[in-house]
Design a protein around this ligand. Sequence first.
Ligand SMILES: *Cc1c(COP(=O)(O)O)cnc(C)c1O
Length: 396
Amino acid sequence: MSRNHKGSLIRPVPLPESASAPVVTPLSPSVVYSSDTPDALDAQYEGRVHGYTYAREGHPNADVVARRMDALEGYENGIVLGSGMAAVSAVLLGLLNTGDHVVGGNQLYGRSLRLMAEDLPRMGITTTLADPGDIAAVKAAIRPETKMILVEVVSNPTLRLADIEGIATLARDKGLLFVVDNTFTTPRGFRPVDWGADIVIQSLTKLLAGHSDVTLGYVAAKDPGLNDRMRVFAVTTGMTPSPFDCWLAERGMLTFDLRFDRAQSTARLLADHLAALPGVKQVLYPGRTDHPDHARATTLLGDRSGNMVSFELKGGRAEANAFTRAAQGLSFAPTLGDVGTTLSHPASSSHRALTPEGRAALGISEGFFRVSVGLEDPDALLGVFSTAVAEATGQG
Ligand SMILES: *Cc1c(COP(=O)(O)O)cnc(C)c1O
């Protein structure tokens, strides 16, 4: 007999029996799980049977999302965590030791850069940033104590391509862990596992969940021992995701492929459309032949250039302000991967901490915008950009 049925005591009334099963994953917000006997608990802790004990250690909704992510990325036993940054932290803080050195891409996500610049050094872990598009620079950054190289495939916001093949070879030759943050590219655009990455990181907050209502991350290593170390570190430091966030993310993931394909096809149209507008100085889209890394983009991404388009408006801050005001119906918000198109202005947001000279070195002027293309009707979206560029620059 189950211990769970206790008449008038508080917990719990058993679920009604049903010969049929729900088609949607049930939401399981329970923090604690009860067992029948201490022996049953032993069996669980000793791994003879599978079971949950306490939600910080794991729960069904996180595991369901993790198995879906494993299938998409091609890894096994990946871990779902409370945010993309939790995944980055699980890799850097969970795997590196005092005295280790890590090489990072010089245009990584802002918080990843901060973690490397501010937090790792406190723990005696040193870092060097290098342009991941320049294999000689990456090679030059490696020291005897280097343990890891962390890169993103497509840089933010200039959409330059990392030399993934060169870095994978270098990491293999030197025995370094090769880590890829695949958030921008998504597993539909790029599969790090096929290019020799030892570890993949994903912020599900962006395209995978896709509706800007969930903060969630995923990390997976090829080596089961590394996975275990990250899992224990994440449980100890409390990086656990909320069951409801996992539930929402799974719901979003069901339409991920369709959303990616639609957003990408519109992004391609938008890139070509912007390039033809007199008020636009420059367009950056990996799928266009005028992109500085077009050949590498073709090798790495094929025709999956993604949903991100960057462009430079003619003029400065005044024109940029006029553009965001005129871009009716688009959210001016520094995120990406939402169902709606969002505009980001790096000079006033993600890259505001840099000096104007530092931004100029990366190619980010006051007129520079990054667009995360959403699911709007393509003609309507192109029309909004035409109107806003014309109003802001006086050049139709
Ligand atoms: C957003 C983002 C992250 C961080 O993800 P959160 O879920 O916001 O913590 C990490 N890397 C990249 C490339 C991102 O775009």
